[in-house]
Write a protein that binds this ligand. Structure first.
Ligand SMILES: [Fe+2]
Ligand SMILES: [Fe+2]
Length: 308
């Protein structure tokens, strides 16, 4: 019989406690202010009567700028994410300790990226602030109703965020930006490990229900920033540049995590579990075709642009 959510939360609590210990032993303390080139900063217009931001101020390529904005606005919506996980995982015991620790670590990311972008004049600060207001006012609500679905979602999402930060840093062509985003990506990797290990334990407790949750999430996965204004266009620019695209999503996010959970080696699933796994396999095969086609078309687009 399927375990209830309350039973799962209870059974997983010792795993959370163990993962917390592992996380705290691995996580290195770091300071956002050390990653910002403050001497490059100068006053803006307004209160201090400096110079307003202009297009020519930014040294970064457009795709890196777009990606930094998407990544930052995504980090900015932390209050909504905290609400979602605190509601599901609770704020007590080991679960609560993790929820607060995770929130504190994530809070650092938005602070550091915003300082960097403002000091180096990498993006228009007025447009950025308006976008932040619009994005946060809309809030974020998870579309996943169960704890297992949410655990599956964050396992993939933390890894997706890690890759997006890391590749944005590379695309920036800016040593300082790359260093900061690599530092943030290391945090995201530890977050991914935490959730991935937790879901692995859930597979032991209730393999059929967990398989169903994983399949549902893989089939409907959307980045948390997908509600950002103009996201579709921004995502296309990001994908064109190879910062984050379907190929990376499949090869560097979905497959490694699914492999860690050994989803295709599990034995003894019931009919529901088998059905979920078959759906997952079919979806991955379809995604492979779409990803391959995307890469081909992108190469053609780039070749055409090069001859122009
Ligand atoms: Fe983050
Ligand atoms: Fe994270």
């Amino acid at each position: 019989m399927a375990m209830t959510q309350t039973e799962l939360l209870h059974e997983l609590e010792p795993v959370v406690a163990g993962e917390l210990d592992r996380h705290n032993a691995m996580a290195k303390e770091w300071f956002p202010h050390e990653y910002i080139p403050w001497s490059e900063g100068r006053d803006f217009d307004g209160v201090y009567g400096g110079e307003a931001w202009q297009d020519g101020d930014s040294k970064l390529p457009e795709a890196a700028r777009v990606s930094l904005i998407v990544n930052l606005l995504t980090e900015d919506n932390l209050p909504s994410y905290h609400h979602e996980i605190a509601t599901t995982f609770g704020r007590d015991g080991a679960w609560g300790t993790w929820v607060h620790r995770w929130t504190a670590e994530e809070g650092r990311h938005g602070v550091a990226i915003r300082d960097y972008l403002t000091v180096t004049r990498a993006v228009d600060p007025v447009a950025l602030e308006r976008a932040r207001m619009a994005h946060m006012e809309a809030g974020f609500a998870t579309e996943y109703g169960t704890m297992l679905q949410q655990l599956a979602y964050v396992s993939f999402q933390e890894l997706a965020t890690r890759i997006a930060h890391r590749n944005t840093g590379r695309a920036s062509g800016d040593e300082g930006c790359e260093r900061l985003l690599a530092r943030i990506a290391a945090d995201e990797n530890l977050h991914m490990l935490f959730y991935r290990n937790l879901l692995k334990a859930a597979f032991e407790l209730d393999p059929n229900q967990t398989m169903r949750a994983v399949t549902d999430v893989v089939k409907t996965f959307q980045m948390p920033g997908s509600t950002i204004e103009g996201f579709t266009r921004k995502a296309m620019i990001i994908a064109h540049e190879g910062i984050y695209d379907l190929r990376l999503h499949l090869d560097d996010v979905l497959m490694p995590v699914l492999k860690q959970w050994a989803v295709f080696d599990k034995t003894g699933l019931d009919a529901g579990g088998e059905q979920a796994r078959e759906e997952l396999a079919a979806f991955l095969a379809k995604t492979e075709t779409t990803a391959a086609r995307f890469v081909e078309r992108r190469a053609e687009r780039k070749a055409r642009a090069a001859t122009r």
